[in-house]
Design a protein around this ligand. Structure first.
Ligand code: GLA
Length: 344
């Protein structure tokens, strides 16, 4: 049967803890946001794709087989069409409406959400069987790497796909296993506050951080930093040692945070967020003065833990606010929402 219209929704992701661990075979504890990106695709005859990004007020039209050098949200469209074809799908020419509630460059993985919703809608429109979730996550990662030039891991895609209401998901990127656990905050709230600096993975130091980790693992004689030991850091020059120290210690903090969440120990959870931020700032060096001011504002308002989220170099800060505190103006209370799915 020919599908004429397909609609999909993919949420953004908030990474509670476990930053820059995904591409090091590490661990993260993340959840899907309630906000996300919706894509409605309507089959067109002819060869052209007619797309509209409603929140940006922009339009784009291209030949479905064209692979030209587009940038921004347009690059993800080309990438979705091309990468689906390499998997044997025939995404048809379509009229595509994109509506996003996720601020671009906020560190909440708007590009992964866009790619996932787009690919799910196009696969549905092609009439072929849906992609298994890991294949879909990898496809969206390839789009990010090849078409947007950011050598990202699988955090954003897996968190968006496997989100569930009120649940966080502990992800092991080496085993590719996921464990859900209630995001139980006992009256405290999680908020995000934008630093005002837009973050892009491709234009930031993201790729160089990733290359440094590969180099550090190589020098330490391990396949990935997941297997590296703190006591072996002396084998590395200072900068590489600092990068590796962040990754090794961050994996430990993820496990501690998962335990704290299970035990309802929010004081410990907050402390771990603070430690992660210090590690991202001092060892991984992905903070900025605007991010530091944002962390300070949240701490001054009573946050028991605050840290930058996502790749860094701008974006947003997440904070744990105990009951009775008031977050600074502009902060948004966040909760865990459902994973990516087809609509209708
Ligand atoms: C970005 C990337 C993810 C992950 C984070 C840092 O969001 O897309 O793969 O590496 O940065 O944890």
């Amino acid at each position: 049967m020919t599908v004429r219209v397909a609609e999909a929704f993919a949420p953004g992701r908030i990474n509670l803890i476990g930053e820059h661990t995904d591409y090091n075979d590490g661990l993260a504890l993340a959840f899907a946001t309630t906000a996300g990106v919706s894509v409605r695709a309507r089959r067109l005859s002819g060869a052209r794709v007619e797309a509209r990004a409603h929140d940006l007020g922009e339009e784009y039209s291209f030949d479905a087989h064209e692979t030209g050098g587009a940038t921004g949200w347009r690059a993800y469209l080309h990438g979705a069409y091309a990468e689906l074809r390499t998997l044997g799908y025939e995404p048809p020419p379509a009229s595509i409406d994109i509506s996003s509630q996720l601020p671009i460059g906020s560190g909440m993985a708007s590009s992964a959400a866009l790619t996932l919703a787009l690919c799910m809608a196009l696969v549905e429109l092609s009439g072929d069987p849906a992609l298994p979730s890991l294949a879909l996550a990898r496809l969206a990662q390839t789009v990010e790497q090849v078409w947007a030039g950011a050598q990202t891991g699988l955090l954003d895609q897996l968190a968006s796909l496997h989100g569930a209401d009120g649940q966080a998901v502990l992800i092991d990127f080496r085993e590719l296993t996921l464990e859900r656990m209630p995001l139980r905050l006992d009256g405290s709230t999680l908020v995000t506050l934008a630093s005002g600096e837009v973050h892009t993975n491709s234009a930031s130091g993201y790729n160089s951080r990733r290359a440094e980790c590969t180099e550090a693992a190589h020098r330490m004689g391990v396949e990935s930093l997941r297997d590296a030991l703190i006591q072996d850091l002396h084998m590395l020059p200072d900068t590489l040692a600092a990068r590796a120290r962040h990754v090794i210690s961050e994996n430990g903090r993820v496990l501690a945070a998962a335990r704290a969440l299970r035990d309802g120990d929010l004081t410990l959870l907050g402390r771990l967020l603070d430690l992660t931020h210090a590690s991202l700032r001092d060892d991984y060096e992905v903070s900025t003065p605007a991010v530091e001011r944002t962390v300070d504002a949240l701490k001054a308002a009573g946050a028991i833990g605050a840290r930058l989220i996502g790749g860094g170099f701008g974006g947003s800060v997440i904070a744990l606010m105990p009951q009775g505190t008031v977050a600074p103006a502009g902060a948004t209370v966040i909760s865990a929402g459902t994973g990516a799915h087809l609509l209708g």
